[in-house]
Design a protein around this ligand. Structure first.
Ligand code: HEM
Ligand SMILES: *[C@@H]1O[C@H](CO)[C@@H](O)[C@H](O)[C@H]1NC(C)=O
Ligand SMILES: *[C@@H]1O[C@H](CO)[C@@H](O)[C@H](O)[C@H]1NC(C)=O
Ligand SMILES: *[C@@H]1O[C@H](CO)[C@@H](O)[C@H](O)[C@H]1NC(C)=O
Length: 445
C-alpha cells in the first residue's frame, strides 16, 4: 500500500472517528487514486454504517482538506472583484453561488457567461473543479442557453437571438429550467407550482427553517443538511399537489447537490479548521440575507462573498466525482430521501416509480448502489437531459457536446458503467408536476 494512502487513511479515520471494525483494506481501496476504487470503498463503508459516514463527513468532503494555506485560500473581493449590486439589466437567478460570483465579477456581471468564463470564475472563487464546472455549464448552455453562441444565463431568459430561436427556441435561463435543472424541495426557493411559476426568488420562511438547523452551536454540516433535505421534501409532499422528484438530472441530482454545495463551497477555512466551518453569518451573506431570525430580509440580487472569507483548498477542488459521492452518502444514510416519483395532483399523494422501469431493467433500487452504478446513473441522467445528445441530430452543437464528452468521458470510462439505453421517462407522464414547465416573464431577477 502506498505511503500516501496510509497517511490519508490515518487522516480520514481520525476525521470520521471510524469504529474499530472498519476494515483497513476497504479504506485503502476507498482512498486509492482511481475513481472506481473510491466509490466502491465508500459504498461499502456506507453500507456498513451509513449514518456514521454521513455524520463524520467534513465540510470539505469525505477526505478532509489538508492544512490551511492562507495564500492559496485567499479570495479577493476588492478591485475588479469588488461587490456591486446588479443593475436593472443584469440577470440573477435561483442559485446564490452564481449570483454572488456575478456580484463580485467572478462571472460576468450581466449574468450571461461562456463555458470558459464559468470554469475560470468558479474555480477562482470556490475551487469548483474544472471537469464538474464544464459539465454543469455545458448542460446549461444546451438546455437553457444559447448553444450557437456558447453562452448561458444564471437567471431569466437570454436576450432574443433570431438565429438560435429558429433552431431551439430562445434560451429560458436557469430560472425557467424546471425539472431540467431547477427542481422542487429546494433549500430557500418555493416549489415552482407553489410559487406560481417563480422558483427563483427566495422565500424567507424557508430560509429561516434552513438557518435554524445550525442550532446553538451555530454550525452547519453535511449531515444536518441531509436531514433538512428530508424535512423539506416531506413539506413539499404535504403542501404541493404537483411535487415532483422524477428521474432527471435536475430534481434527482441538482437539488440534493445544492444542499451539499452550501457546506462544501460556502464554508470559511482557517488554520484551526482547514476543512472549513459554516456559521450563520457566512450562510446569510452568501444568500443575501440581513437581519436576525424573526426579521430576516432577503435583499434581492445582493448575494455577497463575506469579507475575510477563505475558500476550500486547491488540493481538494470539488469536482466531478464529488456530486455522486455526496448524493450517495445522503441517499444511503437517509433512505427516505431517495424519492423517484411525485404527487399525483393532490397533496400527500406521493407515488414512487421503480428504477427498474426507468432504466429498462438495467438498475433497481439495490443495484443502483452497487459498484459505481450510482455515479454512472448520475451522469447518464445529465446526458439524457440534453435533447438528442446521442442521436447527433444537432450537428451545429458538436463543439459543445464534444466538450462535454472530453470532460466526463475519461471519468466515466474509469468506472466500468453498465450499458444504459434511453431511459423510459414515459413512466412519469401521469405526474402533473412532470409536465408543468412555465416559461419566464422577462424579469431579470
Ligand atoms: C455552473 C455552476 C452552477 C450551476 C449551473 C448551478 C445551478 C443551480 C440551479 C439550477 C439551482 C436550482 C436548484 C434547485 O431548484 O434547488 C441551484 C441552486 C443552488 N446552487 Fe447552484 N449552480 C452552480 C454552482 C453553484 C455554486 C458554485 C454554489 C455554491 C457556492 C451553488 C450553490 C447553490 C445553492 C445553495 C442552491 C440552492 C438555493 C436555494 O434553494 O435557496 N451553486 N444552482
Ligand atoms: C414560504 O414558505 C412557507 C414555508 O414553506 C410557506 O408556508 C409560505 O406559503 C411561502 N410563502 C410564500 C410567499 O410563498
Ligand atoms: C474565516 O476564518 C478566519 C480565521 O478564523 C477569520 O479570521 C475570518 O474572520 C473568517 N471569515 C469569515 C467571513 O467568517
Ligand atoms: C430527437 O430524437 C427523437 C428520436 O431519436 C426524435 O423523435 C425527435 O424529433 C428529435 N428531436 C429533435 C429536437 O431533433
Amino acid at each position: 500500500m502506498a505511503r500516501k494512502s496510509m497517511t490519508l487513511i490515518a487522516l480520514v479515520s481520525r476525521a470520521l472517528a471510524f469504529p474499530a471494525w472498519v476494515n483497513e483494506d476497504v479504506m485503502a481501496r476507498a482512498l486509492s487514486s482511481t475513481n472506481s476504487a473510491w466509490t466502491e470503498g465508500l459504498r461499502q463503508l456506507s453500507l456498513q454504517d451509513p449514518l456514521g459516514v454521513s455524520r463524520g463527513e467534513s465540510n470539505c468532503g469525505i477526505i478532509p482538506c489538508p492544512s490551511f494555506d492562507e495564500k492559496d485560500a485567499f479570495v479577493s473581493i476588492t478591485g475588479e472583484h469588488e461587490y456591486m449590486a446588479p443593475t436593472e439589466s443584469d440577470i440573477r437567478g435561483p442559485c446564490p453561488g452564481l449570483n454572488a460570483a456575478a456580484n463580485h465579477g467572478y462571472l460576468p456581471r450581466n449574468g450571461i457567461a461562456s463555458i470558459e468564463q464559468t470554469v475560470a470564475g468558479l474555480g477562482a472563487l470556490y475551487n469548483l473543479g474544472p471537469t464538474l464546472t464544464t459539465a454543469l455549464a455545458v448542460y446549461a448552455v444546451l438546455i437553457t442557453g444559447n448553444p450557437l453562441e456558447g453562452v448561458w444565463s444564471i437567471g431569466g431568459p437570454l436576450p432574443t437571438d433570431p438565429l438560435t430561436s429558429a433552431l431551439l427556441g430562445n434560451g429560458q435561463g436557469l430560472s425557467y429550467s424546471h425539472n431540467n435543472y431547477e427542481g422542487d424541495a429546494s433549500i430557500g426557493r418555493n416549489d415552482i407550482y407553489l410559487g406560481g411559476g417563480d422558483a427563483h426568488s427566495l422565500n424567507v420562511t424557508k430560509f429561516e427553517h434552513a438557518y435554524s438547523v445550525g442550532g446553538d452551536e451555530d454550525r452547519y454540516t453535511m449531515d444536518k443538511f441531509r436531514q433538512h433535505f428530508g424535512s423539506v421534501q416531506q413539506e413539499s409532499i404535504a403542501t404541493n399537489p404537483y411535487y415532483f422528484s422524477g428521474g432527471a438530472f435536475g430534481p434527482f441530482i441538482v437539488v440534493p447537490a445544492a444542499y451539499n454545495f452550501v457546506i462544501n463551497l460556502m464554508s470559511n477555512h482557517s488554520a484551526e479548521e482547514p476543512s472549513g466551518y459554516l456559521d450563520g453569518y457566512n450562510f446569510k451573506s452568501f444568500f443575501g440575507i440581513t437581519g436576525e431570525p424573526g426579521n430576516f430580509k432577503w435583499q434581492r440580487g445582493q448575494e455577497r462573498v463575506p469579507e475575510n472569507w477563505y475558500r476550500r483548498s486547491s488540493a481538494r477542488p470539488y469536482d466531478i466525482e464529488d456530486i455522486p459521492i455526496d448524493a450517495l452518502i445522503g441517499y444511503l444514510g437517509y433512505p427516505n430521501t431517495l424519492l423517484l416519483g411525485g404527487n399525483t395532483g393532490t397533496v400527500n399523494s406521493f407515488t414512487g416509480v421503480d428504477f427498474n422501469d426507468l432504466t429498462g431493467g438495467v438498475l433497481n433500487a439495490q443495484t443502483l448502489f452497487e459498484g459505481n452504478n450510482f455515479a454512472c446513473f448520475t451522469y447518464q441522467l445529465l446526458e439524457q437531459g440534453i435533447p438528442n445528445f446521442s442521436t447527433g441530430l444537432l450537428n451545429d452543437l458538436k463543439p459543445i457536446t464534444d466538450l462535454l464528452n472530453s470532460a466526463i468521458g475519461p471519468f466515466l470510462g474509469g468506472l466500468s458503467c453498465p450499458q444504459f439505453g434511453q431511459f423510459n421517462t414515459g413512466i412519469f407522464d401521469h405526474f402533473p408536476g412532470h409536465s408543468y414547465s412555465p416559461t419566464g416573464p422577462d424579469t431579470n431577477y
